[in-house]
Design a protein around this ligand. Structure first.
Ligand code: Z5A
Length: 213
């Protein structure tokens, strides 16, 4: 079974912090692990990331945004994720197809049946073995994300197109994630993302270890 594990949740839920801790923990025990993210993961994906997450002087429609995320994923799966899984590595990925369903489907209101088919096409039908969903009220997530942006060295807000969406948008995304998780309870582990970093990691570690050992 491919050990492809994804980390999902609303903005500022702490999944990037947790995926790094999980990667360090597994590497420390000698388990071969690859950490990657979406959009990103490949040189092409990072170009798309720059287009889709940064403020710009042009508009991006919901449909165009969707195709950009899918395009980055198509390359990511074929260039990085599948080859790593073939080499029996554990792949931990910061966001994947569930993000498309939650953000473009539930957040932006695009047709979720169409998204399911498009997700499968882009991902070459690859599905995560397990998905950690870091659940948190959007107000807390957004305040964490804004605090992190304000601490940037050059004080220039970067990659903040989604942070500037309304709380109502992030609430729809949260509800969307919870719906997706409810429909696929064997795959999802819902993590309470409100406690401190170490308490959250205790929850992750206890579910992660049986998957990889
Ligand atoms: N997107 C999409 O719409 N469709 C898609 O198909 C895909 C993505 C794949 C990616 O942005 C955006 O793309 C995302 C959805 C969209 N936008 N939003 N919203 P990104 O990769 O730049 O950002 P992100 O994925 O939202 O995550 P992030 O900004 O990296 O945040 P995070 O992973 O949720 O949290 P963090 O970086 O670990 O923590 C944020 C801050 O909180 C940081 O200062 C931490 O030190 C702090 N933190 C972390 N954990 C805690 C705890 N437990 N307590 C207190 N403070 C904490």
């Amino acid at each position: 079974m491919d050990k492809f594990i994804t980390f999902e949740g609303i903005e500022g839920c702490g999944k990037t912090t947790q995926i790094k801790m999980a990667g360090d923990y597994l590497s420390g025990t000698g388990i071969p692990v690859v950490l990657t993210e979406e959009p990103g993961g490949t040189a092409f994906g990072r170009k798309i990331r720059d287009i889709v997450l940064n403020r710009s002087s042009y508009d991006i429609s919901a449909e165009a945004e969707l195709l950009l995320f899918l395009s980055a994923r198509a390359q990511h799966v074929r260039e990085l994720i599948k080859p790593a899984l073939i080499q029996n590595k554990i792949v931990l990925c910061d966001r994947f197809s569930d993000a498309t369903m939650a953000y473009q489907g539930f957040g932006r209101g695009l047709n979720t049946d169409a998204l399911e088919a498009m997700n499968a096409f882009a991902a070459a039908s690859l599905k995560p073995l397990k998905t950690f969903l870091f659940d948190l009220p959007p107000e807390i997530g957004l305040s964490r994300a804004m605090r992190r942006i304000s601490q940037l060295k050059d004080f220039t807000p970067k990659e903040d197109r989604f942070e500037r969406e309304t709380v109502a948008f992030h609430e729809r995304v949260r509800e969307g994630y919870l719906r997706i998780a409810k429909d696929d309870p064997d795959r999802f582990v819902i993590i309470d993302a409100a406690p401190d970093v170490h308490a959250v990691f205790d929850q992750v570690r206890s579910c992660l270890l049986p998957l990889v050992t």
